[in-house]
Design a protein around this ligand. Structure first.
Ligand code: HEM
Length: 432
């Protein structure tokens, strides 16, 4: 027998995800209604459901994932990203994901070690100059530039320089220079597709040896039809990776420096681990992952401030979550931000305690209480490379510098597509 029970919820309507206020609302509603509630969405004229129990999260994202599409919000994202793997659905998504997945294998990611190391060293030199001049560093914008450079170089290799030369400037700079994610931005960003089309054509006509994601995507073949990706498909996937790969990682690094600056003991342990880490000139993936404390710091930062703070799915058929009926076409919201602070699954959830990711605490915790990269078939394809570049970044910088906040205003949140600090995080960098 299926339940027909309706969960509790507020009497007033609210469009979750539509504004920064969503985060405060989520906190308020969780306190009042618990793990499952519904809320009327004026924009769609229907009820949205919010779930915050790891078992229900597991059902939607993993065990019953076939019953869910991405739903709410994706139309807006599609204007920006086209039909890449972030937004596509069904058989097409499966085909594209299958074709791209091998390029994100650990063995392949490891080959980006030198690139990730070099970009970080370049920013370390920049920070050293700031430090010598006694100027604060804008960590938000540097993190954004750094992660953009890594994603662009991993996509285009040496062609990035060629493009910069040809255009007189980095044509993708708009991504960091403009922080509004409105229609005007979408238009500017999509116009880069033309440039990418030309680059793809040039590579088709004058094949050279490249090691980068674009060349891997051009070589990959559909397992059933043996067809390669079309130009349009390549363009959508590349534009998707630029946005998905850079903003999230930049936000995570910014939050991490903020948290570390508030915890001098953590800063000291980071520095000690950075000093002790493998002395090879280029840090590979294995050596990066061996820095266990640095890893815990990043995990804890992603727990408190998950850049992907709201995940949405739309039910295809009826389902049941937490004992309540889910009607077909219902939008179901999962907030990693809320889940990561669920008092039943986290002790002292507001506290920054990297050690909670080691030892028995970590082993005994519900696996689905922590999902900064989501879980299930649509989990983040870039998880390994994101962790790799963040580990190398923390190590490179912690080895040379000690960071402290240049101002002491409270940090405000901006909860748009990603969760990030509203204003720039300015830091004083002192050479160690
Ligand atoms: C700290 C950094 C990152 C975080 C926190 C993060 C988080 C996430 C989350 C939560 C999702 C699931 C979204 C949903 O289902 O609605 C996702 C998907 C995705 N991420 Fe990431 N991500 C990060 C870095 C990256 C990087 C570096 C790349 C690429 C180079 C990337 C590419 C993608 C793509 C393509 C998807 C869509 C996958 C699919 O639907 O098949 N992400 N990411």
């Amino acid at each position: 027998m299926h339940t027909t029970a309706i969960p509790p919820g507020p009497t007033e309507g609210f469009d979750l995800g539509g504004s920064d206020e969503s985060l405060t609302r989520l906190q308020d509603y969780f306190a009042r209604f618990g793990d499952v509630y519904r809320i009327f969405a004026p924009a769609r004229g229907t009820y949205n459901y919010v779930i915050n129990h790891p078992e229900d999260v597991k059902r939607v994202l993993l065990t019953n994932h076939r019953n869910y599409t991405k739903g709410e919000g994706m139309d807006r994202v599609k204007i920006l990203l086209g039909n890449g793997i972030m937004t596509s659905e069904g058989a097409f998504w499966r085909r594209q994901r299958r074709m791209m997945q091998p390029s994100f294998h650990r063995r392949v990611i490891d080959r980006f070690s030198a690139l990730i190391g070099e970009v970080n060293e370049k920013f370390a030199r920049r920070w050293a100059d700031h430090s010598a001049r006694g100027e604060a560093v804008n960590v938000s914008s540097d993190a954004s530039e750094l992660t953009l450079e890594i994603v662009l170089k991993s996509l285009f290799g040496s062609d990035l320089e060629r493009l910069e030369h040809q255009m007189g400037a980095n044509p993708f700079e708009v991504v960091t220079k403009q922080s509004n994610r409105d229609l005007k931005f979408a238009f500017q960003f999509r116009s880069l597709g033309k440039l990418l089309g030309e680059l793809i054509q040039r590579r088709r006509h004058a094949p050279e040896e490249h090691f980068d994601f674009l060349s891997m995507f051009m070589l990959t073949r559909d397992r059933d039809t043996d067809e390669p990706m079309s130009d349009k498909e390549l363009i959508d996937e590349v534009l998707t990776l630029i946005v998905a790969g850079h903003e999230t990682t930049a936000a995570a690094l910014t939050w991490t420096w903020y948290l570390v600056s508030q915890h001098p003991g953590v800063a000291e342990r980071l520095a000690a681990e950075a000093d002790a880490a493998c002395a090879d000139e280029v840090m590979g993936l294995g050596a990066a992952e061996a820095m266990s404390f640095t890893h815990q710091v990043l995990q804890e930062s992603l727990r408190l401030y998950p850049p992907g703070w709201l995940i949405t799915r739309r039910a295809i058929e009826a389902d049941e979550l937490g004992g309540y009926a889910i009607a077909p076409r219902t939008d179901v919201f999962i907030s990693p931000y809320m889940l990561h602070r669920h008092p039943e699954f986290w002790s002292d959830p507001e506290a920054f305690r990297p050690e909670r990711f080691a030892g028995p605490d970590a082993d005994e915790r519900h696996k689905f209480a922590y999902i900064p990269f989501a879980v299930g078939p649509r989990h983040c394809i870039g998880e390994n490379i994101a962790m790799f570049e963040m580990l190398v970044h923390m190590r490179t910088m912690a080895r040379h510098f000690r960071l402290s906040r240049a101002t002491h205003e409270p940090i405000e949140f901006e909860a748009q597509i990603n969760l990030r600090p509203r204003s720039n995080l300015m830091m004083t960098v002192a050479a160690r």
